[in-house]
Design a protein around this ligand. Structure first.
Ligand code: GAL
Length: 642
């Protein structure tokens, strides 16, 4: 991942918020805690380039030298996340404009128009200057481009963005006729005679053309990726051997992370599960599995909260043990380190109440003891760095389909939310310790015993063709083509032959209404389906759909036409018998057992081994304390996958 050995440990370090006297204490305490990497200069543009083209490197030179002196590597940011005031005042057009036409003001962060050539030119100039300055600095271990693309600014509706959108459309469609065809502009009198007439989907009197909306989502993801790419190519040119990352935001609707990850060397993620939600460890496990799946290799948890965050309505702290447990959970799902936002708790600004590795109260706090303890744990676990994860189950996630599914105002029901659909399948698998990969519908899926597409609203003839194991397709799939046009003959379109069914009519259920089936209670959605050559596995019971098929099967291809609380009974895969709240995950021959419950739990180990956290040999039935974990290095050389 980087040249730093073992697992990475550290956090965002913002020394420019502190007098220099504090820096010496920072690095001394970092070394004491075992920190080996710090993310620096994320929001430092205005300090590094206080006037156009005039740089002040002195302070950052000293910070990097100090870090290096203490054996701490730098995940060095290109510092382009927040444009400086001089740039905004000289070129107000670099600030983004919202859908109602208001240009946003300076005074927060990450305010820039993704399509602004002026912003891009200045950002690339700074990235080049930073890279030239530090290319040979011994602390430099990884490049961190910008920060959380799409956070605060995902889209901009200014004239420059409109121009950029039109040129993106021109590349995609070649002509206004092709665009008219793709967008179905014969509906509601939207026929264009010139591409110049096309605008971003600003606030309109009524529902906006859904094909236009899907293209807008594609464009917004691509526009930011272009910006990222512009900085990356400069870094590649100057430091070809330094890996590049940008921090993702877990499962994010706005950016197609498959496309993004292909442009990165290291996938990194920022994850902030809510300590107030007792189930948050399940949803975050799903996003960690996505991070690992994006490149099918170890990734890095680049930001997490040591305790409370500062941006929810109510910011609940992590109770004792939770920070450690959640950190180990990231490792269990393939992260090669644990990093935090941030190192030292701020004294001012919007994040002064956000927790940090070194809290306001200093080294006498519970937080600092937690930091020290995690540092020790990570050193004990160093050997898991680089180990891989094998999964027999793939969950399909496709951004085009997601964008189509969640386009507002034109669907049979607005209650189908992709993250919830994914989680409905993922949670029961997770509860049984079954490793899961996320996958694209058009990649080679032949290595998986089970492939589940909880929903694939948008689908092509290539989708799911390579599945050789069991295939399970969820409702409202195969509905439209990539232009958001319904497939001829209706759903499930190109999946019809594979699944052996036709959908006669979608049957969304009103809020709070349920529908019985022989496979359990359905909620939110049902369908009137007709088998062609599929057998019926379960039927609807009672109500308008009484006796009609709810689940069908043609060979190994299943169609589940409704949403069930636990739909996994039909899967031909066995898991572990785990007590409630215990999570089990494998990386090669390391078995992670994590007890998220507040009571002790007993587990029977599948093989004997040594717990790397306590250095104890364990076998048979063991007890895991509340919010505690075991990382078992199994004695057997042959890993047994659940
Ligand atoms: C992230 C961001 C960090 C910090 C953190 C606080 O979204 O990248 O800079 O603000 O949230 O939780």
């Amino acid at each position: 991942m980087t040249r730093v050995r073992g697992l990475l440990f550290g956090g965002d370090y913002n020394p420019e918020q502190w007098p220099e006297e504090v820096w010496a204490e920072d690095v001394r305490l970092m070394a004491e805690a075992g920190v080996n990497m710090a993310t620096v200069a994320v929001f430092s543009w205005s300090r590094l380039e206080p006037r156009p083209g005039v740089y002040d490197w002195g302070w950052l030179d000293r910070v990097l030298d100090l870090l290096h002196e203490y054996g701490i590597a730098a995940d060095l940011a290109t510092a382009t996340a927040t444009p400086p005031p001089w740039l905004v005042r000289e070129h107000p057009e670099v600030m983004p404009v919202d859908a109602a036409g208001t240009r946003l003001e300076f005074g927060s962060r990450q305010g820039y128009c993704p399509s602004s050539p002026v912003f891009k030119q200045h950002a690339v100039r700074l990235a080049r200057a930073v890279a030239e300055r530090y290319k040979d600095h011994p602390a430099l271990a990884m490049w961190h481009i910008s920060n959380e693309y799409a956070d605060h600014t995902l889209e901009c509706f200014c004239p420059e963005s409109a121009r950029h959108f039109r040129s993106w459309l021109e590349k995609r469609y070649g002509s206004v006729d092709a665009l008219n065809q793709a967008w179905g502009t014969s509906c509601w009198g939207q026929h264009y005679t010139n591409l110049d007439q096309v605008e971003p989907p600003r606030k309109a009197p009524g529902p906006v053309n859904p094909s236009q909306l899907v293209d807008w989502r594609r464009f917004c993801s691509d526009a930011l990726l272009e910006l990222f790419g512009a900085e990356k190519s400069v870094l590649r040119e100057i430091t070809p051997d330094i890996p590049v990352t940008t921090n993702f935001m877990s499962i994010l609707h706005g950016l197609d992370y498959w496309k993004w990850a292909a442009e990165e060397d290291v996938v990194s993620d920022d994850a902030y599960p809510d300590p107030a939600d007792p189930e948050s460890h399940v949803a975050v496990a799903l996003s960690y599995d996505l991070m690992r799946s994006l490149k099918r290799k170890p990734w890095l948890l680049l930001e997490s909260a040591p305790s409370a965050v500062s941006w929810r309505e109510v910011n609940v702290p992590k109770p004792p043990g939770m920070m450690r447990l959640h950190s180990l959970q990231a490792l269990a799902h393939g992260s090669d380190g644990v990093m935090f936002f941030q190192w030292r708790q701020a004294h001012y600004g919007p994040e002064k109440f956000h927790s940090a590795m070194l809290p306001h109260g200093g080294t006498s706090t519970r937080g600092w003891q937690d930091t020290l303890r995690l540092g020790r744990d990570l050193r004990n676990l160093a050997e898991i760095a680089g180990t891989s994860t094998k999964a027999d189950v793939a969950l399909i996630l496709d951004w085009d389909s997601w964008w189509g599914l969640e386009a507002p105002e034109s669907m049979p029901s607005n209650r189908l939310r992709l993250k919830e659909l994914l989680l409905a399948w993922y949670a029961p698998l997770h509860a049984r310790g079954i490793n899961v990969d996320l996958a694209r519908p058009d990649e080679d899926l032949s290595g998986y015993r089970v492939v589940i597409a909880p929903n694939l609203y948008m689908c092509t003839a290539e989708s799911l063709r390579t599945v050789t194991g069991q295939l399970v397709v969820g409702p409202f799939s195969g509905v439209v083509d990539p232009n958001d046009h319904v497939h001829p003959g209706g759903a499930p379109g190109p999946l019809k032959t594979m699944l052996g069914i036709e959908v006669d009519e979608f049957w969304p259920l009103p809020d709070g209404v349920t529908q019985e089936t022989t496979a359990g209670i359905a909620h939110t959605w049902a369908e009137w389906i007709r088998p062609i050559d599929a057998e019926v596995v379960a039927t609807y019971q009672g109500g308008e759909l009484d006796g009609l098929p709810a689940i069908t099967r043609k060979g190994d291809a299943y169609y589940v036409s409704c949403l069930l609380d636990d739909p996994t009974a039909i899967l031909s895969i066995e898991g572990l018998d785990l007590p409630d709240g215990v999570e089990a995950t494998r990386r090669e021959n390391y078995l992670f057992l994590l007890n998220h419950a507040t009571t002790p739990k007993k587990v029977i180990l599948p093989t004997p081994g040594r717990d790397l956290l306590t250095q104890q040999d364990l076998e048979g039935e063991i007890e895991i304390a509340p919010r505690d974990a075991i990382v078992l290095k199994e004695s057997s050389d042959t890993p047994v996958y659940p």
